[in-house]
Design a protein around this ligand. Sequence first.
Ligand SMILES: [Zn+2]
Length: 312
Amino acid sequence: MNFDITILGCGAATPTKRHRPTAQIVSIRDHLFLVDCGEGTQMQLRDLSIKMQRISHILISHLHGDHFYGLIGLLSTYALLGRTKELMIIGPKELEPWILNTLKVSSSYLTYPLLFSPTSENENAVIWENDWLSIHSIPLKHRVQCNGFLFQEKSHERKLIKWMVKEFKIGIEESIALKKNQVIKRASGEIFDPNDVCEPIIQPRSYFFCTDTLPLTFDYTALQNIDLLYHESTFLEEHTQRAKATFHSTAKQAAQVALNLRAKALILGHFSARYPHLEDFVLEAKSIFPCTTLAEEGKTWSIPLRFGKESV
Ligand SMILES: [Zn+2]
């Protein structure tokens, strides 16, 4: 039941000795999603011993080179390794012809099915889901189409504790009511509270990857109270005008977004290479949102399981 985010790259624009371009692995219940794929991503996967064949989906936020120039190399390596498992690519619609043309001009062929799913420039959309997880694509405000990605676990109906069902002879109708969080009152006077006879509720967890954007006010309830927010902070406050001109955010602006969303924690990333030290990023952000940390290549953030009771 893991929910982990591992940073492969958190630098802006060009690779440097300190930072790689944007890429990260979101691993949820052992399903691996690669989010953005800057130059050198496959080497980072190797260096961090991440099993790259297990990646089932690659999500690309936008078509600036520092977010997707590592893609062709990775797709090609998969073919050289003889991959047969299908791979889904989610991103702007121009990505599909770019990949197919690049493979064609380099006389490359793939050994596995490559599927494409385009993101929307204007609307929030569920781009993928299964029984327990949905991924939303959310338009951001950048110089080109750019989407953030919300990973949201689904909530499930409550499960009854088996021995209690037997012990108290809980019937089908009673079970249905208890699973719906309703208190049962029998004619005999017995009362069953769902919090006593059901297993603890697992609170759904959520993570929002928000890169390359002007600071936004998100009018989207699914983003409220998220567990973890990764927000770009290309610049410091002294370069606010530069941030605005290039459709980026400052550390302070990222912190304000985290505060507005009532996020539980914030990771800052996408640092401009102009800053030799990053301490000021965290200082500026913490003045607004204390639970802030800096992204760092190779570092993993885990969102723990939380159990809770439901008010009845
Ligand atoms: Zn960009």
